[in-house]
Design a protein around this ligand. Structure first.
Ligand SMILES: Nc1ncnc2c1ncn2[C@@H]1O[C@H](COP(=O)(O)OP(=O)(O)O)[C@@H](O)[C@H]1O
Ligand SMILES: [Mg+2]
Length: 368
């Protein structure tokens, strides 16, 4: 059992609040990914959970017990670092067995448990080698083995794949996912890589500047981003975000900008407001005839199976992504459209997602 609760966590380094008031409830057995740009506080939050960076304010509970002031070695948690942090002079077997020897396990039990872990991680052939005689992926597995050997209640991993090349990263990604499925332990996994987050997470906690922007399943954060920050962080290329003004006429919403007015197909009656209209590149369709968004193609990128066209619509840059060939070339005039269910609306003032309800509700648009 390892439920991890973070309550009102603040961690300051002098004037910098690396973690700035975070509440997070991580269920037993969950795979939670802490995602966000470099410097947003992911490592600091993870290290606070591990007991390596004491909180300035707030509490951390493990299965309901306050462990805020419990030393790292007495928490039933194992940490895996990006740098692997292996002992270079020790062979693999002794690296893996280290946490058990430190706890004074008898030799025979250590040997048996190391053999078991080596079998799980496919390291049996490598037990006598030293870290420098291993590839990056193998070192990473040894680091995982050392975490696994004590059967901790939860694994805390800080960008464990970022030193691996792209191909190995993909392979190791699925190994870690399978390991989680097999062990059923709680995993808290830090990454700045949205693909890792989307593919591995049960839930993603997206951080910006020390605070949580959104917590949800990969589908929730991708399909219903809570803010322009989330919308712009997930997706490659990111969601198109167009500053527009929203007006309602005859009970229907229109987005207006210079020279364009787009019927959004949403029934609502609201006062005019400055908003940001979001449409994902894969949700724009290219029309042969006139479409609601008319622009010029600047560049077409070939991704192999797909193409991305960078266009300019009015003052705004708009990306379109679709199966190759899109049938567009630089300099072309392009007509684009989308469907109402693919339109995201955000407040210009706060960046938060806007919700609407069908007319005639008295307050059809409200901020989250
Ligand atoms: N030991 C430290 N001393 C001072 N500032 C730190 C320390 N650790 C982290 N920070 C600062 O806290 C912020 C968050 O850092 P970090 O948690 O490492 O971010 P991330 O892991 O998301 O890249 C950054 O501004 C970083 O410079
Ligand atoms: Mg970090």
């Amino acid at each position: 059992m390892s439920r991890i609760q973070v309550e009102g966590a603040v961690k300051r380094f002098g004037p910098v609040a690396a973690v700035d008031g975070i509440n997070l409830d991580i269920a037993d057995g969950e795979f939670l990914v802490l995602l966000g740009p470099s410097g947003c506080g992911k490592s600091t939050l993870l290290r606070s959970i591990a007991g390596l960076a004491p909180l300035t304010e707030g509490r951390i509970l493990l299965d309901g017990t306050d462990i805020t002031h419990t030393p790292a070695r007495d928490r039933d948690l194992a940490m895996v670092f990006q740098s692997y942090a292996l002992y270079p002079h020790l062979p693999v077997a002794r690296n893996i067995g280290f946490p058990l020897r430190a706890r004074r396990w008898p030799k025979a039990r250590v040997r048996a448990r190391v053999a078991e872990v080596a079998r799980i991680l496919d390291l049996e052939e490598l037990l006598d080698r030293r870290p420098r005689e291993l590839s990056g992926g193998q070192r990473q597995r040894v680091a995982l083995g050392r975490a696994l050997v004590r059967s901790p209640g939860a694994f805390l991993m800080d960008e464990p794949l970022s030193n691996l090349d792209a191909k190995l990263r993909t392979a190791t990604r699925s190994e870690i996912t399978q390991l989680h499925q097999r062990l059923g332990s709680t995993f808290v996994y830090v990454t700045h890589d949205q693909v890792e987050a989307m593919t591995m997470a049960g839930r993603i906690a997206l951080l910006d500047n020390g605070h949580l922007e959104q917590v949800g399943t990969p589908s929730q954060v991708y399909d219903e981003p809570a803010s322009t920050f989330v919308a712009g962080f997930l997706g490659a290329p990111a969601m198109n975000l167009l500053p527009t003004r929203i007006v309602s006429r005859d009970g229907t919403l229109y987005a207006t900008a210079r020279d364009v007015e787009v019927a959004l197909g949403i029934a609502a009656d609201v006062p005019p407001a400055d908003i940001v209209l979001g449409i994902r590149p894969e949700h724009l369709r290219v029309h042969s005839g006139p479409g609601p968004l008319r622009g010029t193609v600047r560049l077409v990128e070939n991704l192999g199976n797909e193409e991305v066209a960078q266009c300019v619509v009015g003052d705004a840059r708009v990306c379109v992504r679709g199966p190759r060939p899109l049938g567009l070339a630089a300099g072309d005039t392009v007509n684009l459209s989308t469907t109402p269910d693919h339109v995201h609306l955000f407040s210009r003032a706060t960046g938060r997602r806007l919700l609407w309800a069908p007319a005639p509700e008295p307050l059809p648009v409200k901020t989250l």
